[in-house]
Design a protein around this ligand. Structure first.
Ligand code: NAP
Length: 248
């Protein structure tokens, strides 16, 4: 490892917000470990682009965050290949929307398992290393609907509200070890996750956003980079809404 270069592990970073976070951290001189669930050709291109453009190391680690052993493996592999973990971004997440009256137990449980239990699984495996090195930054991706609730998303908003409670409790537990834990709550961001929404739904959403546009993955990545950087060394246990002013 190069002197003073930080190492970041980002979950679910093959596409969408996670991919943009990996690029932004690499741009800011971090070695990046990209966790992916599904292997694609674009992943190898992403690794090549990051290494050539930003002159940092990029490691790809396969695993499903909902499976504890996979989380254990991705942390172990990252440390074996990149030397340490200074920054963990728990980004992997899914939606399975529907009204509660029609929601299956499987759809409720799978969203909690990936979004909330997945955050526990990876964090649980990273924390002992951060405690040992007496430093670390953990950034958990929540959502505005974890704060406000949203009809048709009881599973998703419960998982994202859970992430906020998890963030605040862990921040209190590990502050004395110089480990800072924060959460970013994106509003509506243009990725595959929101591409499934109809044009009419998107227009309705835009009318509720004071800045009158959906966010970009970069809007989120820049705030994550701030929380991962030395510029945020007196911030812990916070939830930062990045939502064009939706929640005030
Ligand atoms: P996305 O485009 O659907 O990408 C989700 C990523 O997570 C994919 O790379 C996916 O991998 C990965 N993933 C899903 N389940 C996983 C698992 N079990 N293990 C490992 N990786 C897994 O979504 P996004 O919009 O970028 O969302 C990223 C995060 O931001 C999520 O936590 C989401 O809840 C949150 N968020 C998004 C919005 C929004 O408007 N887009 C708003 C608020 C919060 P595969 O390719 O294998 O599926």
């Amino acid at each position: 490892m190069e002197e003073n270069r930080k190492v970041a592990l980002i979950t679910g970073a093959a596409r969408g917000i996670g991919k943009e976070i990996a690029i932004e951290l690499a741009k800011n001189a971090c070695d990046v470990s990209i966790n992916y669930r599904t292997k694609t050709d674009e992943l190898d291109l992403l690794k090549k682009e990051i290494e050539e453009k930003y002159k940092v190391r990029c490691f790809l680690t396969q695993g499903d965050v909902a499976i504890y052993e996979d989380a254990e493996k991705m942390v172990k592999e990252t440390i074996e290949n990149l030397g340490r973990i200074d920054i963990l971004v728990n980004n992997a997440g899914i939606t399975k929307d529907g009204l509660l009256m029609r929601m299956s137990k499987e759809d409720f449980e799978s969203v909690i398992d990936i979004n909330l239990v997945g955050t526990f699984n990876v964090t649980r495996n990273v924390i002992p290393f951060m405690v040992k090195q007496k430093s670390g930054k953990i950034i958990n991706i929540s959502s505005v609907v974890g704060v406000s609730g949203n009809a048709g998303q009881t599973n998703y908003s419960a998982s994202k509200a859970g992430i906020i409670g998890f963030t605040k409790s862990l921040a209190k537990e590990v502050a004395s070890r110089n480990i800072l834990v924060n959460s970013v709550a994106p509003g509506f961001i243009a990725t595959d996750m929101t591409a499934v929404l109809s044009e009419q739904v998107k227009e309705n959403i835009n009318t509720q956003i004071p800045l009158k546009r959906m966010g970009t993955a970069q809007d989120i990545a820049k705030v994550v980079n701030f929380l991962a950087s030395e510029n945020s060394n007196y911030i812990t246990g916070q939830v930062i809404n990045v939502d064009g002013g939706m929640l005030m």
